[in-house]
Design a protein around this ligand. Structure first.
Ligand code: SF4
Length: 239
């Protein structure tokens, strides 16, 4: 696994961004996250060592733009170069998460008509409004590997009409940090039911710092967010 941040910085886009961990972490360091800038890692996947071998070894998954949004407006010019690098490293699998799927086609390579095999795109939604806005756009795009993440999940959401075999997985989780919005386990189980009924893989990734189960509210420490979700043992693998 490798991380590639060709640019950093992001603007809050919708309700799910309210407690964005990037904004919070940068604020503690006095960094203004709303300034978007290209990093010196822009060519990272094609950097070579002294022997002439790629530093990022073949077969790895590269997590792209985990300090920004790959589709953010300020990066439109820089993104063309990044697509070229993605094409050059067809031996790597690239993965990014976005809240701006409506901008996906801006700067796309001409030969992307049917998607690249080595690119997986995950859209993030937090409520019914964003589900109804983003998923229909996502479904129409020529992307070979599509995933949906509902993190932080802020309410009960019905995505059943959008689930079919083009969606590889739905991931659910809560919000982490102090005084964050709660995740209700009933909402999680409801998404799981929808996924099973449509035979789409489902993963309960983390419980969130404020977790409601059977009407009781629990405060969960950061180090247990994922392990508590795993303990629930409700993830589902497509048959
Ligand atoms: S889009 Fe993602 S990275 Fe950008 S502000 Fe929202 S949560 Fe943070």
């Amino acid at each position: 696994m490798a991380v590639w941040n060709p640019w950093k910085g992001c603007h809050k886009k919708s309700e799910g961004c309210e407690n964005c961990y990037i904004h919070r972490a940068n604020a503690r360091k006095g960094i203004n996250t709303d300034i978007i800038y290209k990093t010196e890692d822009i060519h990272k996947p094609i950097e070579k060592d002294k022997k002439g071998n790629y530093k990022i070894k073949s077969g790895q998954t590269v997590f792209l733009c985990f300090n920004s949004d790959f589709l953010i407006e300020e990066a439109d010019e820089w993104r063309k170069e990044v697509w070229e690098i993605i094409r050059m490293r067809e031996d790597l699998n690239f993965f990014f998460i976005t809240k701006r799927i409506e901008r996906f086609t801006i700067g796309l390579p001409d030969d992307f008509a049917y998607g690249f095999d080595n690119v997986a795109v995950c859209i993030t939604i937090e409520n019914q409004l964003m589900a109804d806005e983003r998923i229909p756009i996502f479904r129409e795009l020529p992307i070979k590997h599509k995933l949906i993440t509902i993190q932080p999940m802020l309410e009960k959401i019905d995505i059943s009409d959008y689930l079919d075999d083009t969606i590889e997985c739905v991931v659910v989780g809560g919000e982490s940090g102090k005084d964050v919005r709660p995740l209700d386990y009933e909402w999680v189980l409801d998404i799981r039911r929808q996924c099973i009924e449509r035979n789409v893989s489902f993963e309960f990734r983390q419980v969130g710092s404020t977790f409601i189960k059977d009407g009781s509210t629990y405060k969960i420490q950061k180090q247990y967010l994922c392990s508590q979700a795993r303990k629930a043992n409700i993830s589902y693998k497509k048959a």
